[in-house]
Design a protein around this ligand. Structure first.
Ligand SMILES: Cc1cc2nc3c(=O)[nH]c(=O)nc-3n(C[C@H](O)[C@H](O)[C@H](O)COP(=O)(O)O)c2cc1C
Length: 196
């Protein structure tokens, strides 16, 4: 698309974006769908991602649900980081924890995100203990036991102990809009001299 800009012409390329997701109960998928729809990106479950796809995109967004502070599937995705250094990489997590400076710092540290040149966004999703399968209930109970026995557990962690009786229904519209607006701003604009 050409657009007059004073003495110059401005040529803007449509950025090619891929949105990958790992979702167990649909919350991460909902965020991934909204992002992909807003920026006309391709949407794919992360298990179908192949390294040869990297060359086709300028930007890759990876969203994963959180279990035990780990973003599911992120390690497998970041194995390919050396081939993605020239790309824009955005990562978002979807967990039940409240989003605070502390929980964000914990997520960055638990997922060793400081090692990579990526943008990270922490989104809050829904959680309903009664809807979990037996294995997830068992894992959840183990996590809650760890928090209950940890004298250094933060107030946010302790608040999670009520999670079995209190389902969380959350959709972070502000958070997802922030990701979308960053993606819009990443659109590449190259200025070229006007030819008369
Ligand atoms: C076994 C288990 C462990 C979890 N651990 C965490 C956690 O450490 N931190 C967190 O924020 N959310 C945790 N969650 C909540 C999920 O991340 C949350 O429900 C998320 O919305 C699920 O996303 P999905 O619907 O895309 O699968 C846990 C959920 C389960 C079942």
């Amino acid at each position: 698309m050409f657009r007059a800009l004073g003495e110059r012409l401005c040529y803007s390329f449509a950025m090619r974006t891929l949105v990958l997701y790992v979702s167990k109960t649909g919350n991460t998928l909902k965020y991934a769908e909204e992002i992909a729809h807003a920026v006309h990106a391709d949407l794919l479950p992360a298990r179908k991602f192949k390294p040869k796809m990297i060359a086709e995109y300028d930007t890759i967004v990876f969203g994963g649900w959180v279990m035990g502070n780990q973003i599911r599937g992120l390690d497998k995705f970041l194995v390919h980081y050396p081939q993605m250094k020239e790309k824009n990489i955005l990562i978002f997590s979807c967990g039940m924890s409240m989003v605070t400076q502390q929980t964000r710092a914990d997520m960055i540290s638990s997922n060793i995100l400081d090692l990579y040149h990526v943008r990270y966004y922490q989104l809050r999703g829904s959680f309903d203990y009664q809807k979990l399968g037996p294995i997830q209930k068992l894992l959840m109970n183990n996590s809650l036991r760890l928090v209950a026995n940890d004298p250094n557990a933060s107030a946010e962690q302790q608040a999670l102990l009520a999670i079995k009786d209190t389902p969380i229904h959350y959709y972070d519209t502000e958070g997802v809009n922030k990701i979308i607006s960053v993606l819009h701003r990443l659109e590449t604009v190259v200025e070229v001299e006007e030819v008369k």
